[in-house]
Ligand binder design. Sequence first.
Ligand code: ZN
Length: 221
Amino acid sequence: MKSEKAVVVLSGGQDSTTCLAQAVRDYGRGNVACITFQYGQRHGAEVEVAKKIAALFGVTEHKIIGLDWYNQITTNALLDSGIAISKVDTAACPNTIVDGRNMMFLLVAAIYAKSLGIHDIITGVCETDFSGYPDCRDVFIKSCNVTLNLAMAYEFRVVTPLMFLTKAETWALAERLGVMQVVAEQTLTCYNGVAGSGCGTCPSCVLRQRGYEAYLKSKEA
Ligand code: ZN
């Protein structure tokens, strides 16, 4: 077990929940803090799910940060329920993209981490099943890490355990961590705010289902 501590950016979705499970295993639950953002996303239920999941893993240090000004300066289908979410395969970049989101999250998470004397910041971003989100790419994370260090004259380490995993491999990781059931039944990735297996039709649910099926197939092999 590592002696350091870590801040996990927790959305309550499959990826960040898997990261949290790994962090609790690697750092110990008493050494893990979580941060969750309320930024006007259409499913505000996300925050309640994140609270439940943090509690389930025994993490008591959980900061909920409001970024409710976000939709005053940019809009998209994730923040505005009046805009229909475009389908998975039709556009290079889905219209659920929130400009600058991961940079904003990492900046706030870093400020929080530094205030606690923590260096490691864990985020579940992943570039493998690249949906066209530029701020999920490894090159962005590495650049952001350098910028955060310079901004605060502090040695942060932005850790991305899922960066090069496929969705199927993320399911396999959840199984190895013994949290398959929690991830399958309690997390919320659906754009329509349906926890667990989701609505089944939104792009996020389609991706999640594809990943799950690929994982089941890989188990048979
Ligand atoms: Zn859905």
